[in-house]
Design a protein around this ligand. Structure first.
Ligand code: HEC
Length: 164
């Protein structure tokens, strides 16, 4: 240990630690700066989801829906439902300093949240199949079931108030 070569090389890990801490610090700074954009994009996606779902509900209220529009809506909803889990990176919820209704329970109960998102996707796929088959009866039932998947996630994971 008194060998100067060993002692010199013993300094290296400490230097590595210091530079790692600097890199981590810079990275977390970048993440914090990204939260408003993440929340904004998420709320935009949900607005699109809300508009598209409303359009679908309008169509199922008709005796002769516009099936092309129904197919577009069903596609869009399915794509959004598949992407939904990626809109919630850790640190982008309530308490992040950004105005958001994403409840902290999303991250404290990740499996329950993942299940709620999965339920949305399964029901969106069922809507998609009814739309592809132009089966209005099935489309009505499945669109209502889809709406229940929105509502049950909101009750659990969207903070204060309800959109429905
Ligand atoms: C897995 C959970 C989950 C599901 C399923 C879900 N939502 Fe949401 N929704 C949220 C959360 C959480 C927020 C709050 C997001 C925020 O404020 O950052 C939200 C917000 C919204 C908003 C408000 C957006 C804004 O800021 O103006 C609308 C509209 C909306 N959802 C519609 C829907 C519709 C329609 C469905 C079903 C087709 C749906 N959501 C399904 C969790 C969910």
């Amino acid at each position: 240990m008194s060998n100067p070569v060993t002692r010199r090389s013993g300094l290296r890990p400490r230097l590595l630690l210091v530079s790692a801490a600097l890199v981590l610090g810079a990275m977390s700074g970048a993440c914090v700066a990204g939260v408003p954009q993440i929340v904004h994009a998420r709320q935009d996606h949900f607005k699109t989801l809300g508009r598209t779902f409303k359009s679908l509900r309008d169509q199922i209220g008709r005796s002769r829906p516009n099936w092309n529009l129904v197919a577009d809506d069903a596609n869009r909803i399915e794509r959004l439902a598949a992407a939904l889990p990626s809109w919630f990176p850790a640190g982008s919820g309530e308490g992040s300093g950004v105005r958001t209704r994403a409840s902290a329970t999303i991250w404290s109960q990740p499996r329950v949240f993942a299940r709620a998102a999965r339920k949305l996707l399964t029901r969106a796929q069922a809507v998609h199949r009814a739309a592809a088959g132009r089966d209005l009866g099935a489309l009505r039932v499945r669109t209502r079931a889809l709406g229940q998947a929105c509502g049950s996630c909101h009750r659990r994971f969207r903070a204060h108030g309800s959109w429905w």
